[in-house]
Ligand binder design. Structure first.
Ligand code: GDP
Ligand code: IMO
Ligand code: MG
Length: 423
């Protein structure tokens, strides 16, 4: 029995969806607690292939309940489409999926502002997913948000929307966009309200009871540690906190209750969007990781930048999140490389420096120092037993464990649910 938190330890897209779908088979509850539909979590199992944006990736376990808790921001159109898609694939959501009334709603002006801010920043843009995440979270923390509980009462929603449009239309028109119309938004959002209502329920009593009964709860992280608004490569970050501490704010789970904190890491590194990336590869190896790794965003389809495994980053991620275990994904993507590198630390002006010593600009100047490993040049795809891994792959994994000082408990060798080694 355990409270397990799974978080991305890099810049997102580490394969969290794959690991969550696997681990969820033992969970009574699976909870999405931060981020929004900027996330794209790929799940491949006996039901098909799914890119999950809001519904927890554990929804495929018939015995568990799925919760979208208060820390998550929601585009209702995306959520309703996702529910419809699941139902079409015979995945039940009624009485199985619950959405917190405290969740903030992404409004049309949030998406517009997201793109207008990006445009204004020009070449210094963050490279957001364009889903309105920064603006909706800015409204949340400045007491200008509209929540699902507001939408459940037409009068309250209309009154809050009216105030927001007074403010937002001034900004939109000043930035050259067209003003938005209250009536049109109301028409759309009242339609959403009717459809989402059966799913809206305060989940805290369920979570509290599960904690008392010591039932298995799986917390599904989105994004990754280095996209955290405080500890990531700000302003090339996301708006949420993505570190382990976010579970209290986002799901009402006391920090002391976490039994396992699993950091998911790719066997190499990727990043989508702008921002520093010390181990980025601009050569044929980078291209091959992108090609064989299918490194294109599950939400926006953008190509992901690729590079070597960066142990300096994962060491820090392990330390700040208190990782108890690591799940390594996409080992199979390294199968054909003659040699593989791991960045062990950074150097700047001849001195060893740490990730946390500086800001995003500082990180563009550090020089990664590499240790080179012999490639295994044998297929690992689909291997389910550690003993069957090539010797060189075992050496590579051991080196990661030693550098990061956290034990590896899952090794993913393919995108499908069963393509995994559990240690
Ligand atoms: P997430 O956002 O962390 O859930 O990750 P994404 O779903 O955005 O990106 C991970 C991609 O890698 C998806 O296309 C997965 O299907 C795929 N994937 C996950 N684990 C493995 C693995 O071990 N091997 C291979 N080849 N693909 C994997
Ligand atoms: P999952 O959960 C990868 C990145 C964007 C951009 C920055 C800010 O699938 O791992 P935002 O739209 O959040 O304002 O964009 O964060 N980003 C992600 N990158 N995976 C994600 O989610 C991401 N969610 C946001 O590319 O650089
Ligand atoms: Mg993703």
């Amino acid at each position: 029995m355990a409270i397990t938190l799974i978080i991305g330890a890099q810049w997102g897209d580490e394969g969290k969806g794959k690991i969550i779908d696997y681990v969820a088979k033992n969970s009574k509850f699976v909870v999405r607690f931060h981020g929004g539909n900027n996330a794209g979590h790929t799940v491949i199992n006996q039901y098909g292939k799914f890119a999950m944006h809001l519904v927890p990736s554990g929804i495929f376990n018939p015995k568990s309940k799925s919760i979208i808790s208060n820390g998550t921001v929601i585009d209702l159109e995306v959520l309703l489409n996702e529910i419809e898609m699941l139902e079409k694939n015979k995945i039940t959501t009624k009485n199985k999926l619950f959405v917190s009334p405290r969740c903030h709603i992404i409004m049309p002006y949030h998406k517009l502002l997201d793109s207008l801010y990006e445009k204004a920043k020009g070449k210094n843009k963050t490279g957001t997913t364009g889903r309105g995440i920064g603006p909706v979270i800015a409204d949340k923390v400045s007491y200008n948000g509209i929540r699902i509980c507001d939408l459940m009462d037409k009068k309250i929603f209309s009154q809050k929307l009216n105030t927001q449009l007074l403010l937002k239309n001034k900004i939109l028109t000043a930035l050259g966009a067209k003003p938005l119309k209250q009536q049109e938004i109301e028409k759309t959002y009242f339609r959403f309200a009717k459809k989402i209502k059966p799913y809206v329920l305060e989940p805290y009593p369920m979570i509290e009871k599960a904690l008392i009964k010591k039932e298995n709860i799986l917390l599904e992280g989105a994004q990754g540690v280095f996209l955290d608004n405080d500890w990531g490569t700000y302003p090339f970050s996301t708006a949420s906190n993505t570190v382990s501490g976010a579970v209290t704010q986002g799901a009402g789970i006391p920090p002391k209750k976490l039994d396992k904190i699993i950091g998911v890491v790719k066997a190499y590194t990727t990043r989508v969007g702008e921002g520093p990336f010390p181990t980025e590869l601009f050569d044929k190896t980078g291209e091959s990781l992108q090609k064989y790794g299918g490194e294109f965003g599950a939400t926006t389809g953008r190509p992901r930048r690729c590079g070597w495994f960066d142990a300096e980053l994962i060491k820090f991620a392990g330390s700040i999140n208190g990782f108890t275990e690591l799940a390594i994904t996409k080992l199979d993507i390294l199968d054909n490389l003659p040699e593989i590198k791991i960045c062990t630390h950074y150097i700047l002006n001849g001195k060893k420096v740490n990730y946390y010593d500086g800001d995003a600009n500082f990180l563009t100047r550090v020089r990664p120092v590499y240790r080179t490993f012999k490639g295994w040049k044998k297929p690992t795809k689909g291997i389910t037993k550690y003993i069957n891994l090539p010797k060189e792959a075992k050496e590579y994994l051991k080196a990661i464990e030693n550098l990061v000082n956290v034990k590896i408990s899952y090794i993913s060798t393919g995108a499908k649910r069963q393509e995994i080694i559990k240690l």
